[in-house]
Design a protein around this ligand. Sequence first.
Ligand code: DON
Length: 304
Amino acid sequence: MDYQSILDTIESEIEKRPVSGVVASYIPELAKVDPTKFGMNLFCINSGHYSFGASDQRFSIQSISKVFSLTMAMNLLGDELFERVDVEPSGDPFNSLVQLEYEQGIPRNPFINAGALIVADVLVSKLKNPKEEFLNFVKKITDSPSINVNYTVYESERKNSYRNASLLNLMKSFGNVYNDIDTILDFYTFQCSVEMSCKELSQAFMIYANGGKKLADQTKILSPERVKRVNAIMQTCGFYDEAGEFSFRVGLPGKSGVGGGITSVHPGQYTVSVWSPPLNPKGNSELGMYALERLTTLTGFSIF
Ligand code: DON
């Protein structure tokens, strides 16, 4: 497959495409990002990296971090985790509170904010230094020791965490939150404020395309059974109330973040990451989704 010429085609299509989405502003610092930035990187299991645009520039990974925290929590807690968070698509916005009320504080899945906050609670309980260990895990699977948190973005979200605090309070009232709310919020905001480039995200996600092992040295990070589960949850829940649309248009598991990033996985084949800050009304990168739809259309190849 000539991935580079397919990416070149996508680049020329992207340049001409009008955008109606807007950059996230409920985290004020994210609103300062240049909306015209675009980067794409594809990491093929057999033939390495292909890219264009700002594919080496780091940006705020936001909810993409939920895939890493879920991986760590599954390894620490096993199936017990799924007694506290379900694996059903929510069909509601990522920060919605409504289902929690009638579902007794059990979030629908680990990728909506409510579910990711339960995963954060698990990591706070199980790890001695959750922030440091989370960052070390991301550095390890990426082979990139300079990955770090943007503390300006972190402060900016932390001062505006009203909705996430509500989710935690509501779940605590049902007995599904064990630690202090500020401690969990602090850790969760930290994980969301990690910055990575498209190339680094493709590198990190290779464990989900390569049966749970790093590609470079085949170090085992998680079992093939857990890889299946993480990919399944990405497929059904990775894009909140747009998960069906993403499956329909792209046909790959993936995860988005309000920083404008999306990373997708074709198990056994490649990982692919895109970054374009303007978001559609569901909070997913508008051009990023388009680029991935073009990728699976032009290659004639998806998991379906
Ligand atoms: O908790 C939040 O609202 C953000 N830190 C992350 C949300 C997010 O990225 C949703 N994704 N599309």
